[in-house]
Design a protein around this ligand. Structure first.
Ligand code: KG4
Ligand code: ZN
Length: 371
């Protein structure tokens, strides 16, 4: 954008899973509005997300959520320069609701609509800036651990247009493992926050569980065997009945997940010679993960960046920002097709899409508090 021009303002729309979200973000990452309608209560009785229910709830929520976000702008929709919408990965029916809403608004207003890969949204969420907060932003390159209910992977980001996946889970995502283990011991859904709370007063060494794919020489993860080990423990000893027994099991399970995630992330920093680590995704809310990452990073001389909770869990601000990054570099929006699984980012297909990003507009040179 030439000097003197007002910053580009982007409306973001996210509907890939069980949150209907809309946000307004400036091209510099400043968040002007961030609205999230969670469907947690709707899916809780089923112990996981029911795709058909999710799509129906998105249909009911998408317009009110967008209206609520737009209400934060003096001119409402007239102040919006472009729309960014999640096109995948996610539940196809759910994604169609967000993309159709975005396309309809874009068509009616005559403004561009760009499709965003949800994973790139999570990876760039560390650059979001929120009123009253002063979070640090990393310089490129950095290593990012993306841990959520649907994804667990490690990346090296050399610039927003230059990223490489280093490894990913071979089966369950870390958040999925938290949710499944919580279900096994009757803790409800979503399991992550409950296990996190319980683990705080449990003994992490109480129950011996296997550490899956523990080798630091490769960057893949696996969590389904760990879940099976917990299931075997429950089959042999019964569902824990006392608060302390539940806490001990939660702490023992969480310790193994956290240890694998943190050791591999720090090993990736060493392997790539990159002393900066970003944690992102819903599981980055985990207090045990944050504490252990801080400990190991301090020991190994790695600078740790963890975005605020609202930026870690699913939100539309990260989608708006990733869309803004495309737009300010003059990318021409193409047709938006939804997809359920992401191509591997940094591999042939992913990098073709990413070539449309340019790093020059992003806070990349310095580490520090954004002005
Ligand atoms: O990023 P997110 O909001 O949605 C997805 O893209 O999946 O992540 C949701 C996941 C759920 O599996 C939830 O159990 C997990 O994040 N989660 C946590 C915590 N808070 C949410 N896992 C561990 N500890 C937490 N405190
Ligand atoms: Zn997500």
């Amino acid at each position: 954008m030439p000097r003197g021009m007002p910053p580009v303002i982007v409306l973001g729309v996210e509907s890939s899973c069980d949150e209907t979200a809309a946000a307004i973000v400036r091209e510099d990452g400043f968040v002007l509005a961030d609205v999230v309608a969670s469907q947690v209560k709707l899916h809780a009785p089923y112990g996981g997300v029911v795709p058909e229910l999710a799509s129906r709830a998105h249909i009911a929520n998408v317009v009110p959520v967008i209206e609520q976000a737009l209400a934060q702008l003096p001119g409402g929709l007239a102040d919006v320069d472009a729309i960014a919408v999640t096109q995948g990965p996610g539940l196809v029916g759910a994604l169609l609701v967000g993309t159709q809403a975005a396309k309809a608004i874009g068509f009616a207003r005559g403004i561009p609509v760009v499709g965003v890969n949800h994973l790139i949204g999570h990876l760039l969420a560390v650059f979001l800036r929120r009123e009253g907060t002063s979070s640090q932003v990393p310089a490129f390159p950095f290593i990012a651990l993306l841990v959520s209910g649907g994804h667990t992977a490690l990346y090296e980001l050399r610039g927003p247009n230059d990223l490489e996946q280093l490894g990913q889970t071979r089966d369950d995502a870390a958040g999925e493992a938290f949710d499944k283990v919580a279900k096994l011991i009757g803790l409800g859904y979503p399991g992550g926050p409950v296990i996190d709370r319980l683990a705080a007063h449990g003994d992490p060494r109480a129950i011996e569980l296997p550490m899956p794919l523990a080798s630091r020489s490769h960057m893949d993860f696996s969590f389904s065997g760990l879940k099976t080990a917990v299931a075997r423990h429950v089959a042999a000893h019964g569902v824990p009945t006392t608060e302390q027994a539940r806490a001990d099991l939660a702490a023992s399970f969480q310790r193994v997940v956290v240890e694998v995630l943190v050791r591999k992330s720090v090993a990736a920093c060493a392997m790539r010679g990159v002393p900066r680590l970003v944690l992102t995704g819903g599981v980055a809310a985990n207090r045990g993960l944050r504490a252990r990452a801080a400990e190991l990073c301090a020991r190994e001389g790695v600078e740790l960046f963890v975005p605020p909770l609202a930026s870690c869990t699913d939100n539309a601000a990260m989608i708006a920002y990733a869309g803004a990054c495309q737009l300010v570099t003059g990318a021409v929006p193409g047709p938006i097709e939804v997809f359920s699984r992401s191509p591997i980012l940094g591999a042939a297909q992913g990098s073709t899409a990413l070539r449309r990003f340019k790093s020059s507009r992003l806070p990349r040179a310095k580490t520090g508090t954004p002005s």
